[in-house]
Design a protein around this ligand. Structure first.
Ligand code: SAH
Length: 261
């Protein structure tokens, strides 16, 4: 009897428990929690989407206000600048300035060039899909990413190991897998892959490195800032004709970080 009573009361309490578990109040609370979770999830998605959209808008604005208005016309260059997320090539604290009309620090005393200079140098090389291009001074990797939006064959050399390694990782993470990165002194170019249709030097040199001239293809173009590394330099365009003769043209005064040896 006692046993039966206790088993009855156990059943009753189990029923009471299950009734408690399924009580309308409990269901209502879980529903509320689910709605709240969904809401905060979509809110955080919205915030992310808004931030992405905001950077995209800033990029469009950068291209129309800083690049097109200054006379850059080449469609592939404009498209490249629209595509590459420049804010992901600078530190988080500087992301809000990524699309401003200025260079920005990238650590180790180096800078990512002003967007207009990146566009101008890219346009000057007049690259087509399939051309081979060498960049000296990978820095953040931004210029290399821009070049690789135009042609798959991009080679870039950086002398500061930490910058070279982080540029390599960043480019890989962003899907620019075809870019070949190397740590070393770019003064000697990259013999193994020479000759190049285009060569771009993104640090100020006192003279044009002879190896780079040698590694330029006939019909190829090279763009390099030349002059006193601590004063203003001249951006020079060098064209090698089909006979191997060189023609140089002064483009405009610029200020780059020094080409080191
Ligand atoms: N193109 C880069 C910015 C370049 S700043 C970008 O898009 O972010 C210039 C870079 O040239 C610096 O990172 C500097 O370390 C590198 N540099 C200077 N002298 C070099 C040399 N001799 N060989 C290779 N890189 C060099």
């Amino acid at each position: 009897m006692t046993k039966n009573n206790s088993s009855l009361s156990a059943k009753a309490s189990a029923r009471a428990n299950s009734a408690k578990q399924n009580s309308p109040g409990k269901v209502w609370l879980s529903l509320n929690l689910i709605v709240l979770a969904l809401f905060s999830l979509s809110l955080s998605n919205l915030v992310t989407l808004f931030a992405l959209d905001n950077f995209k808008r800033q990029r469009e604005n950068m291209v129309s206000e800083q690049i097109e208005k200054r006379g850059i016309k080449e469609k592939s260059v404009l498209q490249a600048l629209r595509n590459v997320p420049r804010h992901l090539f600078v530190s988080e604290e500087l992301q809000s300035l990524a699309y401003a009309d200025r260079p920005l620090p990238i650590g180790y005393g180096q800078t990512i060039s002003q967007p207009y200079i990146v566009a101008l140098m890219t346009e000057l090389l007049n690259l087509k899909q399939g051309n081979k291009v060498l960049e000296i001074g990978s820095g953040s990797g931004y210029q290399a990413a821009i070049l690789s939006e135009i042609t798959q064959e991009v080679y870039t050399i950086e002398i500061i190991e930490e910058l070279g390694e982080s540029a390599k990782k960043r480019l890989k993470d962003l899907g620019y897998q075809s870019i070949r990165c190397r740590i070393g002194d770019g003064y000697y170019g990259w013999e193994e892959y020479a000759p190049f249709d285009g060569i771009m030097v993104t640090a100020a040199a006192t003279h044009i490195p002879p190896s780079l001239i040698r590694q330029l293809k006939k019909g190829g173009k090279m763009c390099i800032p030349v002059g006193d590394p601590f004063l203003t330099q001249n951006l020079i365009l060098i064209e090698k004709d089909q006979e191997g003769n060189l023609k140089t043209k002064n483009i405009l005064p610029v200020r780059f970080v020094p080409f080191v040896r």
